[in-house]
Design a protein around this ligand. Structure first.
Ligand SMILES: Cc1cc2nc3c(=O)[nH]c(=O)nc-3n(C[C@H](O)[C@H](O)[C@H](O)COP(=O)(O)OP(=O)(O)OC[C@H]3O[C@@H](n4cnc5c(N)ncnc54)[C@H](O)[C@@H]3O)c2cc1C
Length: 397
């Protein structure tokens, strides 16, 4: 029987329950800075440069943007963030967000670190998933060559074999530890190779439920079809399909490369088209709930309203283990905290790693939170409302 889901993202008291007045003021300052497009764009460039020149900016970056969007520099450091989220019924996903390293030794080190996140998840109910990027485990230039069907040198072949082994080692470890593992989505010119590794993992490890989840970036014109094909494959081969839906984080890079190389931009022509594809994908996943396990990774309010509606229409309980709502730490607490309060399964990526190495991640978050992209003004409006609410509550006491 359908019952209207009882959720409101307007409930800012719930959204900011974990924030002290001081923490809220700091948050206001950070989003005010990000709201300035120039500041958001050039601030990160300047920060990276200053770190390279060893200028004394580390401590200020750590206390502000890093502290807001990341759990810490290590798993241990991130513990208090995880505990805080868990206190409000929100799970954490430890996301080792080191990017841009590209030699075999650093790939091995990253694999070892992700194995540690699997161990942490296995020993804590508050960490229901782990995650990794394939490009943190192997050379993306080789993957791009494979996708273009170029022949590989002997060294490239053995390097890719090592990438495949690292991926398999992680998926196998996750399977034995009974920890769900997300394979992040990346740039389209090597994503087919990532898809293939993830599909092989799903076929092997998703026999009784989803352990391995692949990512479907709905800003890509071809993605709804890819999702349907993946579902078809999972049915014919008899495994569960783990789906992490996102809109996609590399829109500008995709457009630039397509223009430079003279091929059609793979991204939908408008935000509305991406939104429609995302919401259709939600519908498709829930229509196929017997086969699909879903993580809906979005800060979009409408998509986060549609999914509970769909679940209710299909008679699914809010805490059905097949559906998780995902947001990034430091963003859209009004969505995460209110969904968790209403009994839905909610997880937040908690990125961590040495400050210098997580700067590309922070750059993407800064870009997403400019006033142009729209997120910062929403956060600022909510924080201002919470300031007024607290002031009124104090006056009435
Ligand atoms: C839990 C989680 C996991 C994630 N994992 C990944 C991942 O593995 N890979 C990845 O790429 N991203 C990932 N992301 C980031 C995600 O793809 C988005 O960049 C981010 O969440 C913003 O989209 P939204 O749905 O939250 O919000 P919205 O503000 O509703 O949507 C913004 C998004 O819409 C799309 N868009 C904006 N303008 C246009 C336009 N003119 N034309 C077409 N499309 C447009 C872009 O994708 C943009 O990022 C993840 C996000 C979350 C919350």
């Amino acid at each position: 029987m359908y019952t209207k889901p009882d959720i409101s993202f307007e409930n800012i008291h719930v959204a900011f329950a974990s924030k002290s007045d001081k923490a809220l003021k700091k948050m206001y300052l950070i989003f005010s800075l990000l709201d300035n497009n120039l500041m958001a764009k050039w601030g990160v460039v300047l920060a990276v440069l200053s770190l390279k020149l060893r200028l004394p900016v580390r401590s200020i970056l750590k206390r502000t943007i890093f502290d807001h969007f990341c759990g810490g520099e290590s798993i241990q450091d991130s513990r208090s963030t995880i505990d805080e989220l868990n206190k409000y019924g929100i799970g954490a996903i430890l996301d080792y967000s080191v990017e841009g390293e590209d030699d075999e030794r650093s790939f091995d080190r990253t694999k070892e670190e992700i194995l540690r996140t699997i161990k942490s998840a296995a020993s804590s109910d508050g960490i229901p998933f782990t995650v990794f990027k394939v490009t943190a485990l192997g050379d993306h230039k080789i993957m791009s060559k494979i996708q273009r069907k170029k022949s590989l040198s002997k060294e490239e072949k053995s390097s890719f074999e090592r990438t495949r082994e690292r991926v398999n080692e992680l998926l196998e470890a996750a399977y034995h530890a009974n920890v769900r593992i997300l394979v992040d989505g990346e740039e389209s010119w090597f994503q087919d190779v990532i898809d293939q590794l993830a599909d092989e993992g799903m076929e092997k490890y998703n026999r009784h439920k989803a352990i391995v989840y692949n990512t479907y970036q709905m800003y890509r014109k071809d993605m709804l079809k890819k999702l349907k094909d993946a579902h078809h494959d999972s049915v014919s081969k008899g495994y569960f399909l783990g789906v992490k839906l996102v809109r996609g984080a590399y829109m500008e890079k995709e457009a630039k490369r397509a223009e430079k190389k003279g091929y059609p931009n793979p991204i939908h022509p408008s935000k509305e088209a991406t939104d429609q594809a995302y919401n259709e994908a939600l519908q498709f996943c829930i229509n196929n709930k017997q086969r699909v396990f879903l993580v809906s990774g979005t800060h979009n309010e409408l998509s986060n309203v549609i999914l509970p509606e769909l679940m209710s229409l299909h008679g699914m309980k809010p805490d059905d283990e097949r559906v998780y709502f995902g947001q990034l730490y430091g963003m859209s607490d009004h969505i995460s905290f209110n969904l968790a309060k209403a009994g839905y399964n909610v997880v937040k990526y908690v990125p961590y790693g040495p400050l210098e190495a997580v700067m590309p991640y922070l750059g993407r978050r800064a870009a997403e939170n400019t006033s142009v992209a729209g997120q910062s003004s929403r956060e600022l409006t909510l924080i201002k409302k919470e300031f007024s609410r607290r002031k009124e509550a104090k006056e009435n006491n």
